[in-house]
Design a protein around this ligand. Structure first.
Ligand code: IMP
Ligand code: MG
Length: 175
């Protein structure tokens, strides 16, 4: 049993609003010769990164980051980061796109690693934020929905690699 928290329609509406804010923010900063670099964090931000970018009007290109920490259950294991093409990030505007910020460990490690590339700026755009579980102080620049401490699935997010394909964000009900 899955309880829908945010429907496909609600997500699409929020993604459009976020894209407007992201466009407004980057319009004076990026150009055809200096496009924004959009960095979805795989696998979770697959859907959100694809939908958000299709609403953006500023010049951009993609690089994909890979972070894996969640093992079989709902608690995290050791974090593994894979950041390709770091050499090209110097002097560029970087937008990290996340599905959800939970403890903040993943995104803070990503920010630390990207910071070493001397970019012009780094911002974070997340679909969901769970501030109640934060152990590392980190704030997303752009956030779709703030949620309570609950484990969610769908729209890219998984439980042991399942449910990523759901078009909505939901919660698994045990009863
Ligand atoms: P953090 O490092 O604790 O902030 O966790 C970040 C990553 O853990 C996210 O990018 C997700 O991939 C995963 N994660 C955190 N909370 C959830 C959840 O409720 N459902 C599915 N994945 C989650
Ligand atoms: Mg993730």
């Amino acid at each position: 049993m899955i309880k829908v928290l945010y429907s496909e329609v609600q997500i699409a509406q929020q993604v459009r609003l976020l894209a407007e804010r992201v466009d407004e923010y980057y319009a004076p900063l990026v150009s055809e010769s200096q496009p924004l670099i959009v960095l979805p964090v795989l696998k979770g931000a697959l859907m959100f990164g694809a939908d958000l970018s299709r609403q953006l009007r500023v010049p951009l290109y993609f690089e994909f980051l890979r972070a894996s920490s969640y093992r079989a259950g709902t608690t995290s294991g050791a974090l593994h980061l894979d950041i390709p093409q770091m050499g090209q990030f110097a002097g560029r505007h970087l937008l990290v796109v996340e599905d959800i910020i939970d403890t903040g460990k993943t995104v803070s490690r990503i920010l630390e690693a990207l910071g070493e590339c001397a970019p012009a700026s780094i911002e974070v755009c997340t679909l969901l934020d769970k501030p109640a579980r934060r152990t590392v102080a980190v704030e997303p620049t752009f956030c779709g929905f703030t949620i309570k401490d609950r484990f969610v699935i769908g729209y890219g997010m998984d439980l042991a690699e399942r449910y990523r394909e759901l078009p909505y964000v939901g919660e698994l009900c045990t009863s």
